[in-house]
Design a binder for this molecule. Sequence first.
Ligand SMILES: [Zn+2]
Length: 538
Amino acid sequence: MPETVWVGPAWCPEQGRLDAVLAVDGRIAAVGGAAAARAGQPGVQVVDVGDGLLLPGFGDGHAHPLFGGLEAEGPAVSGLTSVEAVVAEVARWAAEHPEAAWVQAASYDSTLAPDGLFDARWLDAAVPDRPVMLRAGDYHTAWVNSRALALAGIDATTPEPALGEIPRRPDGTPLGTLREWGAVDLVAAVVPDRPLEARVLALERATRHLAGLGVTWVQDAWVEAGDVEAYLAASGRGALHCAVNLALYADPRRGLHQVEALVRLRERVRAHADPLLTAETVKLFADGVVEGGTAALLEPYQGTGCAHTGMLVWAPDELAAVVTALDAQGFQAHVHTIGDRAVRVALDALEHAARVNGPRDRRPVLAHLQLVAEEDRARLAALGVVANAEPLWAQLDAVMQDLTVPRLGAERAAAQYPWATLTALGTTLSFGSDWPVSSADPLEGVAVACSRQTDARVPAGGWTPAERLGLEAALTAYTRGTAHQAFRRAGTLRVGADADLVRLDRDPFSVAEPRDLDTVRVTATWLRGVPVGAVRGG
Ligand SMILES: [Zn+2]
């Protein structure tokens, strides 16, 4: 029976301050004086928390570990600040990898070209002979070169796809930017799958990265059948460094026909019986993204010259039917909802499922929640919805200023990401990163959730400051909130919970300026009492 006692300051949402925590066999067995009394006993390992703070491990309620791990293999375009720099990086990587049939990368910054419109010819100049496919930071948009367009058969005669958009030149030929599934999938369909080995390595790398940031559980928010095989292989090799729940992707084009296949995938994961790997959730997209004009809004977009309100991925009655069928199979729904119309339609679908299938502990998840209409805000708590929010998105950065605010107009823009309001209404808030769309570092998320400022501290006093959270609420969303979403006995230091723990180098409650909270660093992470991940210096 391995026993460890952590001596020094600790904090959790339920019990507040503690001074010692004892884990036996991977579970918390005592706190306070009873735990401290075990220090010095034979066979009991002692960890000194020192000047730091011990917390329950962080959860990430919405991320894409496989995408994040794979990004590290291609050209490093994330974070580059000009079109020229992206093209140069693509050219460098292509020259170094003559064996690669395709050049693939993510996540380029879609604000680098006006209106997010990127030209295939810019990439042709770097790689004329092989196909190139770059995904934007939102993963809803792609920028491809002419060779990729040709291989996918996209030309002037290609009709506008349902659920997608192909921006064109005046002569009708495709520009090189593709928006949403209907368009992006035309190219994705001709990209060869990455080998299983590459995907297992990507998961190893990704979960090590997350564990190093203090993340002990992650919701993979988009998993297809082949990805399940990669996860099972990674689990079999002990290559998962944090617990993962898979959200199996429900394809809007396959409707109710796919329910049985999703149940079978879940059965495969259950039969594998690794407590660190579950697949109890289904991912559905209700809409797209504001920046591409594809988020579904109740009122039209501004400045587009026409009264368009975006795109619902599923017709409302179809969404209600599929959510109800999945719910009847015991799946947890995880619905991408950005626009206020998408939120309403998703709430209607969840309400329908509850009415048809009867009461049950469902914990459905609505992810992102960029706009929630006033009259819908109380419905989340009433339906037991977990509000999954990405704190790094709630700041006045380039995407917000150049792409989001002009499309929404000032009044709606000021109503985005109403987390303090939802929390006050009794909604369970869970935080996530959407990594690799945004940084996976929970302490960066805490800093922005509490300040609503960019790293340049803009604006003074915070953007939409009424929706800032206190430090306790932000840490709760990363611990108890995500554990609630995950149906896990974690996110707390209560006796009986899993000993998933993180040690910070400093006490964040002693940091004066909320925006400085990201200077606090994780120095160690434990999963069920066992140290994991890379140790990062303070
Ligand atoms: Zn996502």
